[in-house]
Design a protein. Structure first.
Length: 566
């Protein structure tokens, strides 16, 4: 009689990726396969410790020493990055055997550490407990060590050694994603998108409860967020579902020094709630930067504007940074104006107050001083808008984009904000910049002069806003007066915004949302602005109410699995 027995097992490996666009299988790093004797194409059972799912599939060999555990094809629907899995291979043996009724065969079992890059060959309950704490909380505390020591009857020094070993493996992986130290009040990462969900968890856990005029908050004081590569300006992942159309529109609106409510209301109908008169904002960032000294309530036309005393701070900053003193420490641009803001009543007092810029080693670095910053409604938007300003200025100055640092006097979450809870409970572990590269500015400058380039970028940005506004206002007549070269960066930005505006003009139906997705899919051929396009598709797909139509458009356009989960 033949009986199936366990031959080998990889116990508690961490899923590193899920790839729906594949015919099936599980990819396992070659060194892990060899450690337990699993062969390519061998049948295995995979059990998901996070949700209880189990599948049978076959193995394909992954690159060695990468820690790869990737579920492919349909199985990707049942697993997420970060899930802990058990992988088992079985074989048949004769029972009773020729030698007798007892089988002495022992299956080969390994226990990978948190990054799957190393493993042990025997079980240790203490290691499992410490590992679970590390995956859950991101840290092992002294209290954790004391409790495990008491529970298992082992010395604290022994538990400390085990914790140090597995933590060292864990931190190597964590360093790539970023560092958050609540005690020091610092968060730092290559990409803000990697910090965002971790900051949400950290403030939810460590923030102090503070009442505000808009409701109760959880707050961290004097917190510094530094982004090494702010060209990764978009926020996408953990079901955040951010409105990329509004971010692009507001970035153009700020750069051009606008103050009107009307244009932004096209992309976010709630913007009027932040204006005192529903016509102009009290403290529009761009207006303050490009017209320092003027109040947004001042009445002027292009004809009499020259008689008013104001300063274009961006222009003056570019002049100084393009001079022989380009490494100066004196480039400071103000948004907060005490004459207009201090002890004044308004729905729109500026939260971001001061911008400081320095060029070092050919890179332009920006620091933003911020009096109040909401993690969900404020910081992701600030990262986008100020990185836009930073990159536009580097284009004028022929510099590279440097770091972007946000110093927040108050970084907080409103306890009633459902985004915070939705992100904490999200089972989506997709990260936008794991699937695409960031958008990079490109333009067709004919001059090397910094101020000529500034004038050109102002003209292009104003042209986009004017064309969009004209066609939205005159809904029955479409007139495209935007003339940037086809498939260029700004042409793609314009078309993304126009697709949204075209949808807004029509009846908001699933059919029109599907049509918008088809139009966005055509822009993929441009080869640029991939992050913007992915988030635009994500936004429209999430608003299709009929599930059959959602499935239809996914299949028609072959939308990847992450669309709808960002």
């Amino acid at each position: 009689m033949k009986i199936e027995f366990l031959l080998s097992k990889i116990h508690n490996a961490v899923v590193t990726d899920c790839n729906i666009d594949y015919v099936g299988s599980i990819t396992i790093a070659e060194d892990l396969m060899k450690a337990v004797g699993i062969l390519p194409n061998q049948k295995v059972m995979v059990v998901n410790n996070n949700n209880g799912e189990r599948i049978e599939t076959y193995v394909i060999k992954g690159e060695k020493e990468t820690g790869t555990i990737c579920l492919n094809g349909a199985a990707a629907h049942k697993f997420n990055k970060g899930d802990v899995v058990i992988i088992m291979a079985f074989g048949s043996m004769e029972y009773p055997s020729d030698e007798g009724s007892d089988l002495s065969f022992e299956p080969k079992v390994i226990f990978p550490y948190c990054d799957n890059l190393s493993y042990r060959e025997n079980g240790d309950v203490c290691e499992d407990l410490l590992r679970e704490l590390l995956i859950k909380n991101g840290v092992i505390t002294i209290d954790d060590i004391d409790q495990i020591s008491m529970k298992m009857g082992r010395s604290k020094s022994e538990i400390q050694k085990i914790a140090t070993f597995i933590y060292s493996n864990f931190i190597k992986k964590a360093m790539k994603k970023g560092i958050i130290d609540i005690d020091l009040g610092v968060a730092k990462a290559e990409r803000f998108n990697d910090l965002y969900p971790a900051l949400n968890r950290a403030i939810s856990k460590e923030g102090k409860s503070v009442e505000s005029r808009n409701g109760r908050t959880l707050e961290l004081l004097d917190f510094k967020t530094q982004i090494i590569s702010p060209i990764y300006r978009c926020t996408g992942g953990h079901d955040r579902d951010i409105n990329i159309f509004f971010l692009l529109a507001e970035a153009l609106w700020i750069w051009t020094g606008r103050k009107d409510v009307a244009f932004l209301k096209i992309f976010n109908s709630r913007m009027g709630a932040f204006s005192d008169d529903d016509k102009f904002f009290h403290a529009p960032y761009g207006f303050r930067l490009r017209n320092w000294g003027l109040a947004s309530s001042d009445s002027f036309t292009e004809e009499n504007k020259h008689a008013l005393v104001s300063t274009d701070q961006i222009e003056e900053a570019i002049k100084l940074l393009s001079s022989e003193e380009k490494e100066t420490r004196r480039v400071v641009m103000s948004i907060w104006n005490p004459d207009l803001d201090l002890n004044k009543e308004s729905k729109d007092l500026p939260c971001n107050d001061l911008l400081m810029l320095q060029e070092r080693e050919g890179r332009l670095n920006m620091t933003i001083a911020n009096r109040s910053n909401d993690l969900h409604w404020g910081l992701p938007t600030n990262v986008f808008q100020f990185s836009w300003i930073l990159e536009m200025m580097t284009w004028c100055l022929s510099l590279e984009v440097g770091t972007q640092t946000h110093n927040s006097k108050s970084l907080h979450i409103y306890t009633e904000n459902e985004i915070s809870e939705r992100m904490r409970n999200s089972r989506s572990d997709w990260n936008l910049y794991d699937v695409c590269e960031p958008s990079r500015f490109s333009s067709y400058f004919t001059s090397f002069d910094a101020l000529d380039r500034l004038e050109y970028l102002d003209s292009v940005s104003n042209n986009i806003i004017d064309t969009i506004t004209r066609n939205y206002t005159n809904k029955t007549l479409f007139c495209n007066t935007f003339k940037e070269p086809k498939n260029s960066y700004f042409d793609t930005v314009y078309l993304i915004l126009w697709i949204y505006v075209s949808y807004k003009i029509k009846e908001k139906t699933d059919d029109n949302r599907m049509e918008a997705l088809r139009d966005l899919a055509e822009l993929d051929e441009n080869g640029n602005c991939r992050d913007y396009l992915i988030l635009a598709k994500n936004w429209f797909l999430n608003r299709i109410k009929d599930n059959d139509k959602k499935i239809e458009i996914i299949q028609e356009l072959l939308l990847p699995e992450y669309i709808g989960k960002l």
